[in-house]
Design a binder for this molecule. Structure first.
Ligand SMILES: Nc1nc2c(c(=O)[nH]1)N[C@H]1C(S)=C(S)[C@@H](COP(=O)(O)OP(=O)(O)OC[C@H]3O[C@@H](n4cnc5c(=O)[nH]c(N)nc54)[C@H](O)[C@@H]3O)O[C@H]1N2
Ligand SMILES: Nc1nc2c(c(=O)[nH]1)N[C@H]1C(S)=C(S)[C@@H](COP(=O)(O)OP(=O)(O)OC[C@H]3O[C@@H](n4cnc5c(=O)[nH]c(N)nc54)[C@H](O)[C@@H]3O)O[C@H]1N2
Ligand code: SF4
Ligand SMILES: [Mo]
Length: 735
């Protein structure tokens, strides 16, 4: 396949929503011709620097182009496996993050009440002295465990390292309990390994792809979307299960518009059908399965007719889809999804997805789920972290949720509110916008009122920064070094993040902030190097690579190791039985269902609709709202509503409405998008809009915040993930 073809498909896949979402109907900025993007033939001296993208968490390698020393454009790095030489619209718009006029420019300290958004500009010395002094007084009174870290994204590495070196034991990212946690736990319980990122789905070679929600094409994880576009071009059957006619659904052979929250019924019925009709991989099950007979006995009673009633899709469609994907095994994937925290029982749904894949025998198979390989890069010798005799308060040590294997943001929040198991008095927030990312912002506010110290390190005045005592302005990823990226995939690879341009104001790179803080906390020895380049260079050279070449190429790709049985891989399963656990003794012992059981979701109360959320191709959550290029592409979100529902409510297409939830929370005004592309019993909007911080001038008040409407959430009893799709809403017309 030629790259031009692929590129066309790539654009076509994402165009579906991007075009529709762009207000005003004009082609979105990133799709206009090269000249409009500023890609006119260069004048002046052009230089290039490779680095990797942080516009989302896919970490694509790109090449920044400078014209006369000024940042001009950012393109894919052909050597990089995550970008395969192309960036998605958000990556291309990274230039806008550097030039964003709303950026934080210097450290700020709060004057007046917390959350009052009154600030004075201070020097770095003053800001960091204050943070260190407050941290030390919390340590003196309560111990270092009473300072917690919330972090997300790649830049957090040294911030976390310094805080843990100082004694912090509670730390969490929303990418676990608010995102992929249930999926990774569901897969670990079944196969002994989580899914990880990038997802090892061999879409490139698959003969059939089943998507449960996963809205590829709106979810723009770059290389995955490129492979999906190629798969569509190859005309493989795509099966999409989604209450909404997503971009992926528009490319599908079968679309199953299930009633929201009923996926587990469908998945169990599919398992039942495969078992009854003998359409599963007997050899795989015999060789690698544990407890298959008990599993089979349990699932064989789930029929398409039963699932049809729960899911509100015809039984014939359920059967046809199952026979279609089963006929392609093992080169068939039921995609594990990524943001799976939908209803609070998500680990068991993810486990059902894992079990369905196991029945297809696609684990470690070409066209199925391959087994990722990594790269070995030597470590830099750093002192070990001190030990604490206190338990973790972040729920990450499985006390509170037996199968949690990472820290849980909301457990830290709960501990801050309750003071149990001990008081939490300081929050250090690095690169996560907790006001939007966590459920029920009122609880976040309640917790923050109990703090003696709230530090936020961000690039822009996010909503959480509005609550800070001290705001530390980070550089954007284009202006700094970070830790070395060691990635997993078909090949292991390492990538370098390095400064492309100088920060425009008094912003400082995260590693520098961490080191300065370490010195003030009296633990400077935990970062035993003057400059991070020294650290990175040592790691690279010790690993047998050339630093200068790495700086020039940006990527080191490890030699290929087998990732599938076809390539000679020996399968291993790190479960208690050493096998694929169709029946989970672990779950049974902990008092949970060893095979997932279905509970019907609560129906919306009379006159209410379920609120579901997802992604727009041209934004990443709140982090791109003030990026001028992406703001231009999509300045606000819309609420999707079915014509029949809209007619009942008297709502017209494109009209402004407000979303009101069951607890009386009313959103900013938001345009209605009246469309057949969604079921009648739910509405849909993209998450990340509706910023509240006044300093975010371009984006404040634009669109509705889905985070603010998520006041009613359930917590997954297995591992602590919090649900997002549990709210019922009405649309209120503007007076
Ligand atoms: N452009 C862009 N891409 C991104 C991101 C971004 O911010 N912007 N974020 C990245 C991140 S961190 C993540 S985690 C991923 C998330 O991306 P995905 O893992 O694809 O997220 P989903 O939860 O599957 O996406 C929501 C989809 O699920 C559907 N849905 C809602 N409720 C139900 C239901 O009950 N059943 C079924 N079957 N479907 C339902 C919605 O209609 C929508 O199409 O995207 C990544 N990619
Ligand atoms: N209601 C609802 N809630 C959700 C979701 C949903 O779909 N709906 N999705 C969930 C998912 S999948 C995820 S992954 C999480 C995402 O949650 P977050 O990671 O909190 O999402 P962002 O909005 O990207 O917030 C990141 C913050 O980091 C800042 N930032 C960006 N780059 C840098 C940098 O280089 N340095 C520093 N210091 N800061 C930086 C941004 O300005 C922004 O304030 O949200 C979860 N919460
Ligand atoms: S998927 Fe897009 S935004 Fe995410 S890292 Fe890659 S290019 Fe950047
Ligand atoms: Mo996520």
């Amino acid at each position: 396949m030629t790259s031009s073809l692929t590129r066309r498909r790539f654009l076509a896949i994402s165009a579906g929503t991007a075009g529709a979402a762009a207000v005003g109907g004009a082609a979105p900025l990133w799709m206009r011709d090269a000249a409009a993007l500023g890609h006119a033939p260069p004048k002046g001296v052009v230089t290039t620097v490779p680095t990797f993208c942080e516009m989302c968490f896919w970490r694509c390698g790109g090449i920044a182009h400078l014209r006369d020393g000024k940042l001009w454009k950012f393109e894919g790095n052909p050597l990089d496996p995550q970008s395969m030489g192309r960036l998605c619209p958000r990556g291309t718009a990274a230039v806008g993050a550097h030039y964003d006029p709303d950026r934080l420019r210097q450290p700020l300290m709060r004057v007046g009440d917390r959350g009052g958004e009154q600030w004075k500009a201070v020097s770095w010395n003053e800001a960091l002295d204050h943070v260190a002094e407050r941290m030390n007084s919390i340590k003196a009174e309560h111990g270092p465990e009473s300072v917690a870290l919330f972090n997300h994204g790649f830049g957090q590495r040294f911030v976390q390292h310094v805080l843990r070196s100082w004694g912090v034991i509670n730390y969490a990212a929303p990418s676990y309990a608010q995102c992929r946690g249930p999926r990774d736990v569901g897969f670990t319980l079944t196969f002994g390994a989580g899914v990880g990122s990038p997802e090892p789905t061999d879409i490139k070679h698959t003969d059939c792809l089943v998507l449960i929600g996963s809205h590829l094409g709106e979810n723009m994880h770059n290389s995955q979307v490129q492979e999906f576009a190629q798969a569509v071009e190859r005309r493989i059957p795509v099966i999409v299960v989604d209450p909404r006619f997503s971009v992926a659904a528009s490319k599908a052979k079968y679309w199953l518009p299930v009633r929201p929250g009923t996926d587990l019924a469908l998945l169990l019925a599919w398992c039942g059908l495969l078992v009854r009709e003998g359409r599963y991989d007997r050899a795989f099950v015999q060789q690698h399965g544990h407890g298959f007979d008990k599993f089979a006995a349990e699932v064989q009673d789930y029929t398409p007719e039963w699932a049809s009633k729960e899911c509100d899709v015809p039984p014939e469609l359920i059967v046809a889809a199952a026979r279609e994907f089963a006929s392609r095994r093992p080169a068939c994937i039921v995609h594990p999804g990524r943001r799976v925290n939908w209803y609070g029982d998500d680990t068991q749904r993810s486990r059902a997805i894992a079990l369905l894949n196991a029945l297809l025998g696609n684990y470690g198979r070409r066209g199925g789920l391959y087994v990722s390989q990594g790269i070995k890069m030597e470590r830099y010798p750093l002192p070990p972290y001190p030990k604490s005799d206190k338990p973790r308060a972040d729920g990450g040590d499985a006390d509170r949720y037996p199968f949690a294997d990472e820290g849980i943001t909301t457990s830290i929040r709960d501990a801050t509110i309750s003071g149990k198991p001990y008081p939490i008095k300081g929050w250090f927030v690095y690169s996560t916008n907790l006001m939007e990312a966590l459920p029920n912002p009122a609880e976040t506010v309640e917790a923050m009122q109990k703090l003696d110290l709230l530090v936020v390190c961000d690039t822009v005045p996010s909503d959480i920064a509005g609550w800070a005592d001290v705001i530390l302005p980070d550089t954007t990823f284009l202006e700094r070094y970070d830790e070395l990226l060691t990635g997993y995939g078909r090949n292991g690879w390492a990538a370098l993040r390095q400064p492309v341009v100088a920060p425009p104001h008094d912003q400082k790179p995260a590693w520098w902030i961490a080191k300065q803080l370490a010195v003030r906390l009296g633990i400077g020895e935990c970062m035993p190097f003057d400059d991070i380049e020294e650290y990175l260079r040592a790691r690279v050279e010790k690993s047998g690579h050339f630093w200068d070449q790495f700086k020039k190429e940006g990527v080191i790709v490890a030699p290929h190791q087998p990732t599938t049985v076809e390539e000679g891989l020996q399968l291993q399963f790190d479960t208690p039985s050493g096998k694929v656990e169709f029946w989970s003794d672990q779950l049974a012992a902990a008092g949970f269902d060893p095979v997932p059981k279905y509970t019907a979701p609560e129906p919306p109360p009379e006159g209410h609709l379920r609120l579901i959320t997802g992604r727009a191709p041209g934004h990443t959550f709140t982090r791109t709202q003030s990026n001028p290029l992406l703001h231009d592409l999509m300045p606000e979100n819309e609420v999707w509503v079915h014509p029949a529902t809209a007619a009942k409510l008297g709502v017209k297409n494109h009209e402004y409405v407000r979303i009101k939830n069951q607890d009386g929370i009313v959103s900013n005004r938001i345009r209605a998008r009246v469309t057949q592309r969604i079921r009648e019993d739910c509405v849909y909007t993209v998450y990340g809009f509706g910023a509240k911080n006044k300093m975010l001038k371009s984006a404040v008040g634009r669109g509705a915040s889905a985070g603010a409407l998520n006041t009613r959430y359930k917590t997954d009893p297995l591992m602590g993930a919090t649900s997002i799709h549990g709210n019922f809403v009405t649309l209120v017309k503007e007076a």
